[in-house]
Design a protein. Structure first.
Length: 259
């Protein structure tokens, strides 16, 4: 029987709001068992870039990462946001260690090839050094990953935090029974986008297909759920989507995804 490991991802809206971040980190620190945190920080990076006179270019919601933008992202994700989160977790008696994918060679990526769009210094994850990450976990440290990986040749790469979360979970599933928690503003996957309480609590492959056919899952939620099922097919046990309240034992109003 494998030991359980929780991998929790938080988005920019939680990071941007001090009260929300503090409340989340308290819940995270109280989460029982071994755990990993993954965070983004895109909104903060855009804000800092603007202050520095660097224009943020987005196409279909994805950031174009030129050399100047990569410098800002490295400073903001790997420095400002990551160390702020780590310091707050230490204050809650969670012995956290902040990491990029370059640290302990933990997450290697390939620079995304140019097709219709040149995304610049953006990485697609190819390898997770799960045994190295486990050494930290076994030493009772809680890894806190920001959304930066590397190519193994000295180049840092901006990398989607949702993808880092799923790929780290797949890697760690060699050693643990892994569960992912994607924390965002909504309570979960909604049956009706206009009804914030219409949470679909359980989704498996069959229900997923039904929701697709009905057009309930569409737009931005489509790639998210495709990623989820890919992770489940590659060893992840369960995936949960909802707001931060899903980290409390009293709350069951969120979406759980299984094969």
């Amino acid at each position: 029987m494998k030991e359980k490991l929780s991998i929790v991802k938080i988005g920019g809206n939680i990071i941007e709001d001090e009260a929300s971040l503090n409340a989340f980190l308290k819940l995270f620190s109280n989460l029982e068992g071994k755990k990993i945190l993954v965070h983004g920080g895109g909104k903060r990076a855009t804000h800092i870039a603007s202050k520095l006179g660097i224009e943020s270019k987005m196409i279909n919601g994805r950031r174009i990462t030129d050399a100047d933008t990569l410098e800002v992202i490295t400073m903001v994700y790997g420095g400002l946001v990551n160390k702020n989160v780590v310091a707050k977790l230490q204050a809650l008696n969670t012995d956290a260690i902040g990491l990029t994918g370059a640290d302990i060679n933990s997450i290697k990526s390939d620079k995304r090839p140019v097709r219709e769009i040149d995304f610049g210094f953006v990485g697609d994850v190819k390898e997770v050094a799960y045994k190295s990450i486990d050494k930290l976990i076994q030493a009772d440290f809680t890894p806190v990953f920001c959304a930066i990986t590397h190519d193994g040749n000295g180049q840092l790469l901006n990398t989607n935090a949702d993808t880092i979360t799923s790929q780290v979970a797949v890697g760690m599933s060699h050693l643990y029974e892994t569960s992912i928690y994607y924390c965002f503003e909504l309570k979960g996957v909604l049956r009706d986008i206009n009804d914030k309480n219409s949470v679909v609590k359980h989704i498996d492959s069959k229900i997923y297909q039904d929701l697709l056919n009905q057009g309930i899952i569409a737009d931005g939620m489509l790639p998210k759920l495709e990623n989820c099922f890919d992770a489940l097919r590659h060893g992840v046990n369960t995936i949960n989507m909802g707001n931060t309240a899903m980290l409390t034992q009293e709350n069951d109003d969120f979406t759980t995804i299984i094969l």
